[in-house]
Ligand binder design. Sequence first.
Ligand code: ADP
Length: 163
Amino acid sequence: MNRGIVPGTFDPVTSGHLDIIERASSLFDDVVVGVALSPEKNGGPLFSPEERVALIESATAHLSNVSVRAFDTLLVDFAEEVGASVIVKGLRAMTDFEREFQMAALNWRLDSKVETMFIMAIPEYMYLSSSAVKEIAAHGGAVRGLVPDVVCDALSRKLRFAR
Ligand code: ADP
């Protein structure tokens, strides 16, 4: 079984994340999306871990080989726990590179049996991030298309004035 793991905070999952998950699902027998709890990131996530997992499950319902799990351990330990040998990361514009390069090197140092693989973001989603989506939505801007529809609705409920 060739299993890949797609980790992230996914607060919330965007169309860019979904594109990476879809492409990973066609490369591996199956894919586990790992939702990092990340309580410290940017003053704390907007969505709870359970909400983030549920949103990804809805957005990936059409992908039969994708499952979603929350984790709060070292990524290499989580990969080992679920039996995945490859970490799949999306890579956006140059700004991602240094951080991702560092994480890949450190993860290799922690467990060299777990490989890190990068999939390039498509140009349309190159500048899309969860934090940008939250900022646009918080100011009442339209995020439809930037996130799966189910996330659009969840943002509207959470922020009341998101469109
Ligand atoms: P963010 O950086 O938006 O807070 P995460 O921490 O959840 O997102 O990111 C998880 C992974 O998804 C990272 O490897 C990140 O580079 C990738 N990713 C995030 N946004 C996109 C996008 N628009 N296109 C492709 N990959 C992305």
